[in-house]
Write a protein that binds this ligand. Structure first.
Ligand code: TEU
Length: 588
């Protein structure tokens, strides 16, 4: 008991949030425009790392097809598939050399058709990655464009002729020199690339480029795909006079990139010409977008996109020294404030998403939970409870359903991600602190989230019979699908149960979200209310016990889910064990 840190939500509610909370509770629920894409649960598959069928060490479409029954068994409705198009793989498929062809490592178009058919037969929808801010320097458009200043494709890209001098500074995410302009000798000009040198930015100001994009979107939609996840879509429009970067964006260049002059016109045009003609789902990767601009993308009246990935949770904790949060008692209150703020952005219009991991992040349980042996299981289940009880479309990254954790490489030679490798090269050149960099990458590198799926305890975790393109986490000996299937209390089976709960409780999808006890440093608690039914979600983010008392107007009813065996209900309050998560009826 001594270690128990008793916190009372009751006192806080009665005082700090008293009146405003009561007012919020009595307010009518947000206008509910029901839509299938608000009700789905999305499972993200990074195909390179999912399942290899031919022994080349790279996951492929046939491998994915062989696991469709597994995906179906999870209870998810949609798969978002990272890029599988032809690509030299400078950035694992985010550098596309032919938008209408399949990367040979992944398989063939016939495999793709079989995949789509197999998914649709199982009632699973397919969302493809649309990567059209840039393509590959191996794309025919770019080969033509760079071949001569008068080539018909010249204006498909952004060129700065050398006789105008050095172009105004633009930063690149992945470039070894952080420079987004690369000099090309053939025509004595620089081309723009916000990402790597092999990812030249397409010139959306050219109407021909936009028509090409709409054409390729229709190609996939006519095949029957069900939607698009749009890669760095806020970056597409550029001021082609390339003025010097305004001073206020120094150090925050994504915010500048996300404010191109014709961005929203282009999205409205895309909606008119393509999106409005299909019943599909769209999600824009909201890189660089400030909270006050987010609604513009998804406000139904503006006819642009449907949903939006914001970056504030994935960037959270990175401020001031990457993954270390300066004042640990502020960690959870700050994170809760981020969730609360973004819920309000889409309260009356638009719709949000929630995710805690993806192919650009380290593993969810290592980042927001606790991957040490005593807590990995409960904290992963707790995080799934969070993901599946928000007013937003949840995205679950493959492997998180079994609680896969960071691999934490210590040797630069183990990395495959160009972001890590190029940054390392740059630091080395500059004489920077490489040991410190590697220690940071062990926590935050994208490769942590890209290690192969752990299917079983055998060779290469059952991912491949060849040599995996990226090392398999040695903890596959204990963390793997086969073992999780046999254990009724596994993270995997809890995840399935949690999905079933979301599907039977409309309040968890559409219900009003009200944060409780915002300042509580250990517990994330909130209610979801719909048509008189109120559910309480209480999530411990602590290795200590935490007590939660509930407002008198709440009557604790049925415990709908609990990630531990003991009930935390004590009188009219809760006593949560470390990383305990519950969803509880608290009156109608
Ligand atoms: O990611 C965009 C990207 O790089 C962001 O994570 C960026 O760091 C952020 O905007 C900073 O605010 C997408 C893909 O998800 C990623 O895998 C690709 O490498 C990248 O675009 C380039 O296509």
């Amino acid at each position: 008991m001594k270690r128990f840190f008793v916190l009372t939500i009751l006192a806080m509610l009665a005082t700090s949030c008293g009146n405003s909370s009561a007012e919020r509770q009595s307010a009518a629920p947000a206008s509910l425009h029901k839509a299938w894409w608000k009700e789905v649960v999305v499972y993200q598959v990074y195909p390179r790392s999912f399942k290899d069928s031919d022994g080349d060490g790279v996951g492929d479409l046939k491998g994915l097809i062989s696991q469709l029954d597994y995906i179906k068994s999870l209870g998810v409705d949609v798969v978002w598939l990272n890029p599988i198009y032809a690509s030299p793989n400078d950035d694992n498929g985010y550098d596309i050399s032919d938008y209408r062809a399949i990367m040979p490592e992944m398989g063939t178009m016939a495999d793709f058709d079989a995949l789509l058919k197999g998914m649709h037969e199982r009632g699973i929808k397919l969302v493809m990655d649309l990567v059209v801010n840039h393509c590959s320097d191996d794309h025919e458009w770019f080969k033509q464009s760079r071949s001569g200043r008068n080539n018909g494709y010249r204006d498909y890209f952004h060129w700065w002729p050398a006789e105008k001098g050095t172009p105004p500074k633009r930063w690149s995410f992945f470039d070894e020199e952080s420079n987004a302009w690369h000099f090309d000798r053939t025509t004595e000009a620089y081309y723009l690339h916000y990402f790597s040198r092999k990812q030249p930015d397409l010139n959306w100001e050219n109407p021909k480029v936009r028509q090409e994009v709409y054409g390729l979107m229709k190609f996939w939609l006519d095949k029957g795909v069900d939607g698009f996840r749009m890669d760095v879509i806020p970056f597409i429009s550029k001021d082609t006079t390339f003025p010097p970067l305004p001073a206020e964006y120094n150090g925050n260049y994504p915010a500048y990139y996300a404010k191109g002059p014709h961005l929203h016109e282009f999205l409205q045009e895309m909606n008119r010409e393509v999106l409005s003609k299909y019943d599909l789902m769209t999600v824009g990767e909201g890189a660089g977008v400030a909270v006050e601009d987010a609604l513009k993308f998804v406000d139904e009246d503006r006819k642009e996109l449907q949903t939006f990935f914001h970056f504030e949770v994935s960037d959270w904790g990175r401020r001031k020294g990457d993954f270390m949060y300066p004042d640990s008692s502020r960690r959870l209150p700050d994170l809760k404030a981020v969730f609360d703020k973004w819920d309000k952005v889409f309260e009356h219009k638009g719709w949000g998403t929630v995710y805690l991991g993806n192919h650009d992040q380290s593993r969810m349980v290592s980042r927001y939970g606790n991957d040490t042996p005593p807590y990995r299981d409960s904290s992963a289940k707790m995080l799934h409870t969070l993901l599946l009880t928000m007013r937003a479309t949840p995205y679950i990254y493959f492997g998180d359903e079994i609680g896969m954790s960071n691999i934490r490489f210590t040797d630069i030679r183990d990395y495959r991600d160009l972001a890590t490798i190029n940054y390392y090269k740059r630091l080395k050149k500059e004489g920077g602190n490489l040991a410190e960099f590697l220690a940071g990458q062990a926590e935050v590198s994208r490769d942590n989230g890209r290690t192969p799926m752990q299917w079983n305890a055998g060779l290469n975790a059952g991912f491949t019979r060849g040599t995996p393109w990226l090392k398999v986490n040695p903890n596959h000996a204990t963390i793997n699908v086969e073992g999780a299937e046999k254990d009724p209390n596994s993270i995997l089976n809890y995840f399935r149960k949690m999905i079933r709960l979301r599907k039977t409780e409309p309040a968890l999808v559409y219900g009003k979200f009200d944060l409780l006890d915002a300042e509580n440093p250990d517990v994330f608690a909130y209610t979801r209310s719909l048509e008189g039914r109120t559910l309480l979600v209480a999530l411990s983010f602590s290795t200590k016990g935490s007590s939660v008392a509930l407002p008198a107007r709440f009557k604790t009813g049925k415990l709908l889910i609990n990630n531990l065996t003991e009930s935390p209900v004590q009188g009219n309050g809760l006593m949560l064990k470390p990383y305990q998560a519950v969803v509880l009826e608290v009156g109608k």
